[in-house]
Design a protein around this ligand. Sequence first.
Ligand code: FAD
Length: 404
Amino acid sequence: MTDFSMELNEDQTTLQDWVHGFSENVIRPAAHEWDEREETPWPIIEEAAKIGIYSLDFMANAVADPTGLSMMIALEELAWGDAGICMALMGTTLGVAAIMANGTPEQQMEWIPQCFGTPDDIKIAAFAVTEPDAGSDVSSLRTRAVYDAATDEWVLNGTKTWITNGGIANVHVIVASVDPELGSRGQASFVVPEGTKGIRMGQKFQKMGIRASHTAEVVLEDCRVPGSCLLGGKDKLDEKLARVREGKKASSQAAMATFESTRPAVGAQALGIARAAYEYSLEYAKERKQFGRAIIENQAIAFKLADMKTHIDAARLLVWRASWMAAARKPFLNGEGSMSKLYAGETAVRVTEEAIQILGGYGYVRDYPVERWHRDSKIYTIFEGTSEIQRLIISRAISGVHIR
Ligand SMILES: Cc1cc2nc3c(=O)[nH]c(=O)nc-3n(C[C@H](O)[C@H](O)[C@H](O)COP(=O)(O)OP(=O)(O)OC[C@H]3O[C@@H](n4cnc5c(N)ncnc54)[C@H](O)[C@@H]3O)c2cc1C
């Protein structure tokens, strides 16, 4: 049996140092500018692609770490630099994860490289599930996919909302209903390649935080894609639908399991923001003097920092545990993936709020990064399953009761 260790191995510390260096030297100095511009930070993505951080190889190597920790370490460091830019770099992986989870090996080989492109010809991807009337309740999607046997094409119609990279992505993965009566069991995922007619960006949203990440509606109007764009293929879909119609269990539980295993990655980003705010406010509290002494000499401030650090370390342990479990293919019997995202997201909100308090008025103005970190942190209690939905998953898992 391998000895248990809490120490990162050499590969992991090398990765951590490398990504941290990029984050410190390239991302953080640009964070304020791209937050104000509210645009995709293409020059930063280009730099990340040049050194290999925005690439298929980077993602594949990080995901291949059998301990599950490499991706978590990289995401924490990137979000430490700036969560909006981190999301601009990592939004593509949402589409990639959907292709990995649902595509045949041939589809994975065909589409995943096209999600990243090359440093000279960068591509991005998007994953579109949410709709105006279907947020937490993904079983009620209205976007329809209808098969046209005459042309062997699928015809997509509907509107997706709040989509990261929506409408500007080169590859969109769209989740649509093929049989609305079957709810989430009657849904399938489709790749919409670049240049397809009938897909366009709707409203682009102006957000509270992570403003360097593009979020928009995606409108599908008689959008036709070849039959080969149905992830998993038609035979598998037909088999699944037949099983569901006979009242047998289908594999939508497998999709939920995939979500569970990607949640630690979201938690890792929240952790990066929390750590940035903690480190900044710790230094500030040592330097800022009031009543003739550093404000950290007051327990009221020092205890805040003690709590912040404790919550951050606890969140990291939950994130690493869940990611290790996912890599080791251990079942999340108690909703451990949800626990990691829930706790890290709420920690980021709490820690960044305390950081503002420690900085006082300086925490509240845009000349200092702390107010931005607080705005950025809030999304981590909302997307990829709200905190309430995470609690629902955990409470159902631990009780076996169908809590509502
Ligand atoms: C910046 C941003 C980026 C996003 N990126 C993507 C993306 O790339 N792709 C994508 O598909 N989606 C994306 N989303 C959508 C995101 O996942 C949804 O916003 C989220 O799932 C919540 O859905 P909703 O906003 O419709 O809220 P609702 O589901 O309407 O929830 C509203 C409130 O009700 C609560 N609630 C709902 N149901 C229950 C229940 N059963 N029990 C208890 N409380 C409940 C929720 O927790 C929440 O507090 C993004 C959203 C944002 C803001």
